[in-house]
Design a protein around this ligand. Structure first.
Ligand code: SAM
Ligand code: DTB
Ligand code: SF4
Length: 337
């Protein structure tokens, strides 16, 4: 059994990315088979519960208020509307529901409203995930208390490339939030974006930063930049698709037990490229017609792809996902107050 390592050097990860393609994919598939069912893929559906109008300047993001992308700022969705979307996602086969908000960080007054959403989604028997920006320690605890399973907060890129992409918050801010999330006992979903014009060395830097966190993230989303007109990164030279597969494979080898998610960018990928990503160790996807504001493959298309590849959706781990009726009731009462 490959041991979990937390002492990866950046040079070692770069050396993985530089292996001959077949050697890299074979090694990743070997690690994958040691730790996971190679034919099982976890499926999460995203919902943007608070869209647009964000004060941050992330150069990739269609929701930043300062870029003219056509995304209108909306207010936080109502509980009933969120619940209806979660029910539809469950009916389509998703087992995890991830709620995203275009916030720098939530205001304390937002937390009970989001907590009520978490409690209601959990009561459907789904795993819950949220991505709301930077969190304070008490906020992380409040979300855990509400029944949240996962918190998504990405490092996005290597530390030195990060400063070219985002200026309104620092890498250390992200590490601090991840610390609060970890201390609150939440599972961590943390990854990044490739195809932003970074070098291979910088892709190694992102994977190194992820693999040397105090614990490997439970889930590692690898996003391929979705280029949105109006954002500073629109027009960036597209990444070689094999380089994307290499990034997935190196993530799988460096973080053997983590779920590696083939994330944003699937709508622009061929079925064959996605199959290569699964072969390289990806075992989770975002499922459903929309990511947050941009498109994702049709449910029918993904179901057909799974059938063609003999892939089955991973079930919710019932034992670790017990729904506590008291949490649901308390959240509803707190939201109403
Ligand atoms: N506002 C919160 C934050 O930034 O932490 C949560 C939502 S934010 C949209 C979540 C993640 O989506 C970002 O960290 C980034 O990795 C990813 N993302 C945003 N726009 C993207 C794009 N155009 N292409 C690929 N990934 C993107
Ligand atoms: C993540 O790493 N990717 C997702 C999720 N976490 C929140 C978001 C992708 C967003 C793509 C651009 C959009 O649809 O707005
Ligand atoms: Fe705001 Fe998140 Fe988009 Fe950055 S990635 S602009 S913080 S919504």
């Amino acid at each position: 059994m490959t041991a979990l390592r937390h002492d990866w050097t950046r040079a070692e990860i770069l050396a993985l990315l530089e292996l001959p393609f077949a050697d890299l994919v074979a090694r990743a598939q070997g690690v994958h088979r040691e730790h996971h069912d190679p034919n099982a893929v976890q499926v999460s559906t995203l919902l943007s519960i608070k869209t647009g109008g964000c004060p941050e300047d992330c150069a990739y993001c269609p929701q930043a208020a300062r870029y003219a992308t056509g995304v209108e700022a909306e207010k936080l969705m109502d509980l009933d509307a969120v619940l209806a979307k979660a029910q539809a996602a469950k009916a389509a086969g998703a087992t995890r529901f991830c709620m995203g908000a275009a916030w720098r960080s939530p205001k304390d007054r937002d937390i009970p409203k989001v907590a009520a959403m978490i409690g209601a989604v959990k009561a459907l028997g789904m795993e819950t995930c949220a991505t709301l920006g930077m969190l304070s320690e008490p906020q992380a605890h409040a979300l855990k208390h509400a029944g949240l399973d996962y918190y998504n907060h990405n490092l996005d890129s290597a530390p030195e490339f990060y400063t070219e992409i985002i200026h309104t918050r620092e890498y250390q801010d992200r590490l601090d939030t991840l610390g609060h999330v970890r201390d609150a006992g939440l599972k961590i979903c943390c990854g990044g974006i490739v195809g932003m014009g970074e070098s291979r060395e910088q892709r190694a830097g992102l994977l190194h930063a992820l693999a040397t966190l105090p614990a490997h993230p439970d889930s590692v989303p690898i996003n391929r930049l979705v280029q949105v007109a109006g954002t500073p990164l629109a027009g960036t030279r597209a990444l070689d698709p094999f380089e994307f597969v290499r990034t997935i494979a190196a993530a799988r080898i460096a973080m053997p037990k983590s779920m590696v998610r083939l994330s944003a960018g699937r709508a622009e990928m061929s079925d064959e490229l996605q199959a290569l990503c699964f072969l390289a160790g990806a075992n989770s996807i975002f499922y459903g017609e929309k990511l947050l504001t941009t498109g994702n493959p049709d449910v029918e298309h993904d179901q057909a792809l799974f059938a063609r590849l003999g892939i089955h959706a991973l079930e919710v781990d019932v034992e670790s996902n017990t729904v506590h009726a008291d949490i649901v009731e308390r959240c509803a009462a707190e939201a109403a107050a």
